[in-house]
Design a binder for this molecule. Structure first.
Ligand code: CA
Length: 220
């Protein structure tokens, strides 16, 4: 799961990055509106966290431009405390949810999980595929009654596929959403799939030759 964090206050941006990475997200940062617009328009994110008060181009304008360009990525806006006007304008401009500053990191994570679930059409925070259960809150995976230990990378791969069950995800799509830029060993994807299959059972993740990988909507 890849997220774009748009925040010009460096300390807040750094804190958010640490918390999100710990929660299993791949994080890109943008510190002004122009940069945010460019990154969100050229890359495919699972979610965007968007501060509204930004240099160069304000967050509301970025959001309006994205929606006008057909970018449907779920967006969580960060608003000034007590500014109901910002919240209303943000939601009218296409934000999926808002959070007023200052906020608790746990609440940011919960709201982020909720908007990405809604975007993927998933109601529950526990994702299921056959005997496999993945809890997006505790980041734990079980197969039947057994807990399975996954590396951060393995977890991200499985979560990405389970969040989009029934859809074939191409190799490049998976690489973009699962690897951070400093883990860019692209030819390692097949090896990563193999490792995950070894841990959760070989029949859950299907290979669609020439297209990519998929967890069937209703695996056996
Ligand atoms: Ca700001």
């Amino acid at each position: 799961m890849r997220v774009l964090v748009v925040e010009d206050e460096r300390r807040i941006a750094a804190d958010i990055r640490v918390a999100l990475e710990r929660a299993g997200w791949v994080v890109d940062l943008a510190a002004d509106g122009e940069n945010a617009w460019f990154q969100a328009d050229t890359q495919d994110y699972d979610a965007i966290i968007l501060d509204l008060g930004l240099p160069r181009l304000d967050g509301l304008t970025v959001l309006k431009r994205l929606r006008a360009a057909g970018v449907a990525t779920p967006v969580l806006i960060l608003t000034a405390r007590d500014s109901w006007r910002e919240k209303v304008e943000g939601i009218d401009a296409g934000a999926d949810d808002y959070l007023a500053k200052p906020f608790q990191m746990e609440e940011l994570l919960a709201r982020l999980r909720a908007i990405t679930r809604r975007a993927a059409g998933v109601a529950d925070s526990i994702l299921k595929a056959g005997p496999v259960e993945l809890d997006t809150r505790s980041r734990t995976v079980t197969v039947g009654a057994d807990a399975v230990s996954l590396s951060a990378l393995e977890y991200r791969l499985l979560a990405q596929l389970m969040m989009h069950r029934g859809r074939v995800l191409s190799q490049s799509e998976l690489i973009e959403h699962v690897y951070s830029s400093d883990e860019s060993e692209t030819n390692a994807l097949e090896a990563l799939i193999t490792r995950v299959r070894r841990k959760i059972g070989s029949n859950i993740i299907e290979t669609r030759r020439g297209h990519g990988y998929c967890i069937a909507a209703d695996p056996k």
